[in-house]
Design a protein around this ligand. Structure first.
Ligand code: SAH
Length: 193
């Protein structure tokens, strides 16, 4: 694991992304409610997913599921530009405020269904999906650049496999199973209905 990533994790105050009633739990390595039946992931998982995505300063990144914006901060810190899509408008508005107060101005926000990606700005060097899909949406594979990587939880409601999807220089797709995780469901046209 990169030391800069560990350092950033230690420096970033997770309580900023939580409501008053959960701020005191910020340092626990647990998923916590963020309203609208959604959750912020446990920090160790956010660090792990950021690490395997192998984000670089030149990368254009698509994130599906802005949620609290906690994961978005990691992508903005280590990437070049972040395009983040969230279904629940008030969650994204809140995340945008927090992230711009932190000084992240290279983030582009969209309220909508991320299972269709964000076509206008494709292709992306990296794609991070932080809600559980029943299968990997084709649109996301299509919007991934050659030599690109995507991290996405795929499986049943309540239990999924974290998948690393890699496109090689010729555009062939390879999948690696990184093990079991639990995420809230990805809704939308190519998610759970
Ligand atoms: N990464 C977030 C956690 C997000 S929880 C964080 O660090 O806080 C998953 C988020 O995905 C929820 O906010 C949920 O509203 C959103 N979501 C679910 N389906 C979606 C879809 N089809 N498009 C965009 N966002 C979606």
């Amino acid at each position: 694991m990169k030391s800069e990533l560990m350092h950033f994790y230690q420096e970033l105050d997770r309580s900023l992304f939580l409501s008053e009633e959960y701020k005191s739990y910020a340092k626990r390595d647990e998923a916590l409610p963020i309203g609208y039946e959604q959750t912020i992931s446990q920090p160790s998982l956010v660090v792990h997913m950021t690490d395997v995505l192998d984000v670089k300063k030149t990368h254009k990144i698509l994130e599906i599921g802005t949620g609290s914006g906690y994961q978005t901060a990691f992508l903005a810190e280590f990437g070049h530009e972040v395009y983040t899509v969230e279904l629940v408008q008030p969650l994204q508005e809140q995340a945008k405020k927090i992230l711009s107060n932190l000084g992240y101005h290279q983030i582009h926000y969209k309220v909508g269904d991320g299972t269709i990606g964000w076509e206008e700005h494709a292709p992306y060097d990296r794609i991070m999906v932080t809600a559980a899909a029943s299968s990997i949406p084709d649109h996301l594979i299509n919007q991934l650049n050659n030599d690109g990587k995507m991290v996405i939880p795929v499986g049943e409601r309540g239990y999924q496999q974290l998948m690393l999807v890699e496109k090689d220089a010729e555009g062939s797709v390879h999948e690696t199973n990184l093990g079991g995780v639990t995420f809230v469901e990805l809704k939308g046209a190519y998610g759970w209905n």
